[in-house]
Design a protein around this ligand. Sequence first.
Ligand code: ADP
Ligand code: MG
Length: 255
Amino acid sequence: MTIHLTERAPATGAGPEAVSLRAVRRVHGLGEGAVTALDGVTLGFPAGSFTAVMGPSGSGKSTLLHCAAGLERPTEGSVRVAGTELGPLGEHALTLLRRERIGFVFQSFNLVSSLTAEQNVSLPLRLAGRRVDRGAVRRALAEVGLADRAGHRPGQLSGGQQQRVAIARALVSGPEVLFADEPTGALDTASSREVLRLLRAAVDRHGRTVVMVTHDPVAAAVADRVVFLADGRVADLADGLDATGIATRTTRWEV
Ligand code: ADP
Ligand code: MG
């Protein structure tokens, strides 16, 4: 069955959807060995909202993010980001859209080890052939509290600091949507808290839309609402979690 998340009052704002997936299926491989990672997911992420995605390992969380961010193409169904349908876009147009409208943060930071923090942050602008505004790069680093680490390479930074550089890199081009796949998964408690604060600020202060995969109920409690995946389907939705991981005002659907 189809789930229309937006028929319910969104947790924040009442604006249009920044990202929407309609009947998205994603199958890896062919024939006997085929694995259905997503099995008909219909979801909307309202602009200016913070959604956590939870679910067991292998339930399709990363695949959901990759499809929503244009990093993987769905086998069936459609994805719309900031008003643009991704399916008809060719590789070049998709790459441009990703660079300009979408930021992505990974569990393992994915910084370029030979580049300084400042060079890592300016990399998306360079790749896009945009003039690198050093002021903007410095401001992005200052925003994540690393103005004094601009010249450090990843190996000279803690895990938490590296993830903050990755967040600055994801936000420097001013994307509407930020996806984060277990961004605190490799961090200690204090660093996790700082990363969550930055993601929350991206929503509250800058009006961005954040979609974050996490295993951690404490991290999910920072979000406005939680999507639970199981076996590639939306199993449950909650308006939020309390810090103990208890879903609040949960509505259950047959799926
Ligand atoms: P999660 O992030 O929730 O752990 P994933 O989205 O990574 O789940 O994976 C969902 C399912 O798809 C799993 O069964 C996984 O093994 C499978 N899968 C993911 N990526 C690939 C791939 N590139 N090739 C084959 N199977 C894959
Ligand atoms: Mg994953």
